[in-house]
Design a protein around this ligand. Structure first.
Ligand code: AQP
Length: 351
């Protein structure tokens, strides 16, 4: 519930697992930016979640990826003064609450998660961390008593599980958590890979597949080349519901970035070749991403500023996390630490 005279609170996270891409932008980041004035926005770079790929050496050094992700969030328009941007592992309450919630989560709920089933298909990935990933995500959201969680379509199931866990806790221990709701855009909530429109555009797949993603900091010539090479078919169909998956994906990118209504887009491209469609999509993507790339290149050169910005973000939000965790500990019968036993980080304001 949102208190009177209080802005609704929005929480969302992103993994520092590689090149942030157009899907991350249309599904999540663009919503974060447009919502920042009407809401109290808290945005987290979820490095503990990224550790679910610890078995793969490519994620190292994660601290560099955290900085690059932070630079891209600001470059996309998130203002660290109006919103809070911080790193998950800088606030230990996330891991602590996740453990408590783990103890209340039936394994069957987690085994049902589509993302787990897809990623666990590779035996090396099927770790306990991957299975309990949605519980850590629930802890992230519930710690801040968020009302809304803007995410891409792929995360809907995880937010529903978060709400289910919050209800379960509230039933057992009394009203504690706010029940969060997902915010999912109608256009651009699921962008598919340009090299294979049957799979979601994904950061981790971009490492091995050159023409899978459009990175948010990619140069214009690379963006154009990737889009011109995108998989389509040999026809001329440009209506959303009849187009083949590759063409529909291009139309969806155009819709999400132009914010024009579908009928207008369909009549604009009617009878035109896929070359024309690809050319116009490339022009639009380049126009939207050019200023983001320019700001990113400036910001990423200043690790000192980025680190300070992230520290400031953690200092702003840690009191909320501490108070929720303290309440949960009390309700579940764990004693609160005595002042003398508090960690050094806690006494500095970042727990
Ligand atoms: N293809 C997509 N289309 C629309 N939205 C997407 N999101 C991710 N991919 C798409 C949304 O971006 C936000 C941040 O995602 P994440 O980093 O937390 O992890 P993810 O969903 O697993 O994204 P990736 O890119 O596929 O990362 P990897 O490869 O590391 O797993 C989320 O709101 C997500 O919905």
């Amino acid at each position: 519930m949102v208190q009177q005279n209080q802005k609704p609170r929005i929480f969302s996270g992103i993994q520092p697992t590689g090149r942030l891409h157009l899907g991350n932008y249309t599904g999540a980041l663009s919503q974060w930016v447009v919502n920042q004035d009407q809401n109290d926005g808290i945005y987290c770079i979820v490095d503990l979640h990224a550790l679910t790929a610890l078995h793969s050496r490519t994620i190292v050094p994660i601290v560099e990826q955290v900085r690059q992700t932070a630079a891209l969030l600001v470059a996309c328009g998130l203002d660290p003064e109006r919103s809070s941007i911080f790193v998950q592992s800088h606030i230990s309450a996330h891991a602590e609450l996740a453990w408590i919630l783990n103890c209340l989560t039936p394994v069957g709920w987690l085994e049902r998660m589509t993302q787990y089933k897809a990623k666990a298909a590779q035996p090396a990935s099927a770790t306990a961390g991957l299975l309990t990933y949605p519980v850590l995500q629930a802890a992230d959201i519930l710690l801040y008593r968020a009302n809304f969680v803007p995410v891409g379509e792929d995360q809907k199931q995880h937010i529903e599980l978060t709400a289910e866990l919050a209800r379960r806790f509230n039933r057992l221990f009394g009203e504690t958590f706010v029940i969060p709701r997902p915010l999912i855009r109608t256009a651009g909530a699921r962008i598919m890979g340009l090299d294979d429109p049957s799979i979601k555009m994904s950061k981790s797949l971009a490492e091995d597949r050159k023409s899978h993603v459009i990175g948010l900091s990619d140069p214009p010539d690379l963006i154009r080349r990737t889009i011109m090479e995108a998989v389509t078919d040999s026809g001329f169909e440009t209506r959303f519901e009849r187009a083949s998956p590759g063409v529909k994906n291009l139309l969806t990118i155009f819709e999400a970035l132009s914010q024009r209504p579908r009928p207008e887009i369909e009549s604009h491209f009617a009878g035109k070749s896929y070359q024309v469609l690809k050319g116009e999509v490339a022009d639009l993507v380049i126009a939207v991403l050019r200023p983001i790339r320019e700001r990113y290149l400036n910001l990423v050169d200043d690790p000192g500023w980025l680190d300070q910005m992230l520290r400031h973000g953690a200092q702003k939000v840690s009191p909320i996390a501490i108070s929720t965790l303290d309440q949960v500990k009390k309700l579940t019968g764990i004693e609160r630490p005595q002042p003398g036993l508090q960690t050094i980080a806690r006494s500095e304001g970042v727990c």
